[in-house]
Design a protein around this ligand. Structure first.
Ligand code: FES
Length: 113
């Protein structure tokens, strides 16, 4: 975590269905906030790295989402695609406090390889 966080209160945990999603739209980006069947919450850019499909309309399974267009699987934890070609989307920190979900609008920086 950095000092550059920009936390916003998003909604109650119950406002996101299990295996479902809510979309946050800013001036720069659409962010898909997913809730898994175990009530973990993850946030990634709502744009598939393949051809831009809306990941918010994908199928959530475990901590992954499958793109609705061509079935690319994205790891919700780090935004990385699980496929032969390296690809990833921006991902964002989320936290749950007192039944509320908070989203950091600053994308997590990738570690240098
Ligand atoms: S646009 Fe997502 S897999 Fe093609």
């Amino acid at each position: 975590m950095t000092n550059e966080n920009n936390w916003v209160e998003l909604c109650g945990l119950g406002d996101i269905p299990q295996r479902g999603c809510r979309v946050v739209v800013t001036d720069e980006i659409k962010i898909a906030v997913f809730r898994t069947h175990t009530d973990d919450v993850y946030a990634i850019e709502d744009k598939c790295p393949h051809l831009g499909g809306a990941l918010s309309e994908g199928i959530v399974h475990g901590a992954q989402v499958t793109c609705p267009l061509h079935n690319l699987v994205i790891n919700l934890i780090n935004g990385e695609a699980l496929g032969p070609e390296p690809a990833c989307v921006k991902h964002f920190e989320v936290k749950k406090e007192d039944g509320k979900v908070y989203l950091d609008l600053i994308p997590v920086k990738k570690e240098a390889a």
